[in-house]
Design a protein around this ligand. Structure first.
Ligand code: NDP
Length: 290
């Protein structure tokens, strides 16, 4: 068997096309464009590159995006104050506010993320948005988790009644994805197993997966012998090996066993960005909602 390769770039382009039309409707109605503000702390190359692609995607659909850069030495209090000042719209309406992670080690990341008002939290990391998601009434869903679910739905991969195994339990990927796949409705109703570094006998668990998601950050973690023939394998991992971007899945061996596989790059990454843009438009619309 050779797996169908899930083309995240093509799906992201389709999503952008429909968002572009919705943004124009918003702009006609409210005489302004939705606006995203991204806070970039320090000069880590990977973070700068992610921020660049987010701003570029916003521009492609007609959303204004501004990047506020501050030095890596900025302390927690100053970052909290910056986020609070952005939320006062002093530099123009900030419908979506995003703080690019990771923050430098001396910064209290949760304190900074908690300062983002929940109605502008387009990353979906605020406890209020996490709580809404866990109660099955999502507002801003964390972008990568939303992107994985969208990818499954678009490819016609059934989730209802299937066993979804997620490796990685972070607040930004694994946990929200587990909630989405276990929720009632389209792209949900799965039986979900959430694995992590203390899970015993990972291969036995993953071999029982109809849908296997790797969100760890370890190149080559998922090998062909860990995959049930015909399963859908979604690779969230982003790792740099010898200057090349690779995921957590050993793509060449796993593609011979799986039914579907998402590549890195060109899989989940572009969908994460598309979901961020979608959340930004939603934030702008909710602001004007009666
Ligand atoms: P974290 O480091 O926060 O979480 C990693 C998770 O993997 C933890 O739950 C950890 O377990 C688990 N883990 C570590 N080693 C193993 C192992 N040997 N076996 C099983 N589980 C293990 O990472 P993130 O969730 O932030 O990101 C995960 C990956 O996804 C990274 O490569 C990141 O770059 C990428 N990413 C990609 C995005 C995209 O758009 N494509 C967006 C966001 C992230 P424990 O909890 O026990 O420590």
């Amino acid at each position: 068997m050779t797996a169908i390769v899930l083309d995240g770039r093509a799906l992201a382009a389709t999503i952008e096309d429909s968002l572009r039309a919705e943004v124009e409707t918003f702009a006609d109605m409210f005489k302004r464009r939705p606006r995203l503000v991204v806070v970039l702390v320090g000069d880590m190359a990977a973070s700068a590159s992610y921020v660049k692609s987010k701003a570029a995607a916003a521009a492609r659909v007609g959303i204004d995006a501004d990047v506020v850069r501050v030095p890596a030495t900025t302390d927690t209090g100053s970052l909290v104050a910056l986020v609070q000042s952005l939320a006062r719209d002093e530099q123009g309406p900030a419908d979506g506010i995003l703080v690019q992670l990771p923050l430098p080690e001396h910064v209290d990341t949760l304190a900074v993320l908690d300062a983002v008002p929940p109605d502008r939290d387009v990353d979906g990391f605020h406890p209020e948005n996490a709580g809404l998601l866990s109660q099955g009434r999502p507002r801003f869903v964390p972008c990568t988790a939303a992107g994985v679910q969208r990818m499954l739905i678009d490819a016609g991969i059934e989730t209802a009644g299937r066993h979804a195994v997620i490796i990685g339990r972070s607040d930004i990927v694994g946990k929200p994805l587990a909630l989405l796949l276990a929720a009632k409705g389209t792209g949900g109703d799965a039986t979900v197993t959430l694995c992590h570094s203390r899970s015993a006998d990972l291969p036995t668990i993953t071999r029982s997966a109809d849908i296997l998601v790797a969100a760890v950050g370890r190149p080559g973690l998922v090998t062909a012998d860990m995959v049930r023939p015909g399963a859908a394998v979604i690779d969230v991992g982003i790792n740099r090996v010898d200057g090349r971007l690779v995921g957590d899945v050993d793509f060449e061996s796993v593609r011979k066993v799986a039914g579907w596989i998402s590549p890195v790059p060109g899989g989940v990454g572009p969908l994460t960005v598309a979901m961020l843009i979608s959340n930004t438009l939603l934030a702008a619309e909710l602001r004007h909602a009666p």
